[in-house]
Design a protein around this ligand. Structure first.
Ligand code: AP5
Ligand code: ZN
Length: 215
């Protein structure tokens, strides 16, 4: 089963993707994570993407679609994909259809996490992740069980994203409203869109998504 998790920055796409990976053996394909890995590795894509990401703008459609294509190429047919942060434009949505057809895969659900924009800045500026395994946390809503120690891998090193400041978050939201939200009607016509209240607790959102996947 292949699904898209759609929602503005801070809606909980990454948080829920990590849970679906753990509970259902699906695979998170986050173009944001792929681009951050490229930036960290100093690859040509990373060098190109860094200043665009730091400004909260969108990296080129060709680059992100090529990243997704390569990941699916390397992935087993039987593993379900969770597209997290992709597609983000009409051109990416079209490219995804072509990529899925090429790999004999089918999109089963587009799940939109509906959130109140006022809460997003608070969520994003309070976010931090494990430097070792990438597990996501929040200063108030999602702390590790033992303070300062990652639940998943025991590491005591954490980091924050350079684009998680209020000004950049506002640009990211504008990009979402202007370029990403308009791809929803196309999926609605296909009858594959479901909506989840992203303002509920993390556990409640997981349950709502799992109910959609059960059909
Ligand atoms: P990307 O990494 O995709 O960032 P984003 O879409 O802005 O999404 P976030 O990761 O900020 O939010 P999220 O929804 O995953 O929230 P999370 O679960 O962490 O993209 C970054 C940049 O890369 C882009 O700006 C662009 O430049 C580039 N890029 C990436 N993909 C691209 C593409 N396809 N095309 C072009 N450019 C691309 O949750 C946030 C916080 O809230 C966490 O601390 C979490 O613990 C907490 N939280 C989550 N759910 C809840 C809840 N229900 N209640 C309380 N707290 C919660
Ligand atoms: Zn960890």
């Amino acid at each position: 089963m292949d699904i898209i998790l759609l929602g503005p920055p801070g809606a909980g796409k990454g948080t829920q993707s990590q849970r679906l990976e753990e509970h259902h053996g699906m695979r998170q394909l986050s173009t944001g994570d792929m681009l951050r890995a490229a930036v960290k590795g100093g690859t040509p894509i990373g060098i190109k993407a860094k200043h665009i990401m730091d400004a909260g703008e969108l990296v080129s459609d060709e680059i992100v679609s090529a990243l997704i294509d390569a990941e699916l190429e390397a992935m087993g047919d039987h593993v379900g994909a969770i597209f997290d942060g992709y597609p983000r434009t009409a051109a990416q949505a079209e490219a995804l259809d072509e990529i899925l057809a090429k790999h004999n895969r089918k999109l089963d659900h587009v799940i939109e996490l509906e959130v109140n924009e006022d809460a997003l800045v608070d969520r994003i500026t309070g976010r931090f992740t494990c430097a070792e395994c990438g597990a996501g946390y929040h200063e108030r809503y999602n702390l590790p069980e033992v303070e300062g120690v990652c639940d998943k891998c025991g590491s005591t090193e954490f980091k924050r994203r350079p684009d998680d400041n209020e000004e950049t978050v506002r640009t990211r939201m504008q990009e979402y409203r202007g370029k990403t939200a308009p791809i929803l009607p196309g999926y609605e016509e296909r009858g594959i869109v479901s909506r989840v209240d992203g303002m509920a607790s993390i556990d409640e959102v997981t349950t709502a998504i799992e109910n959609i996947l059960k059909g």
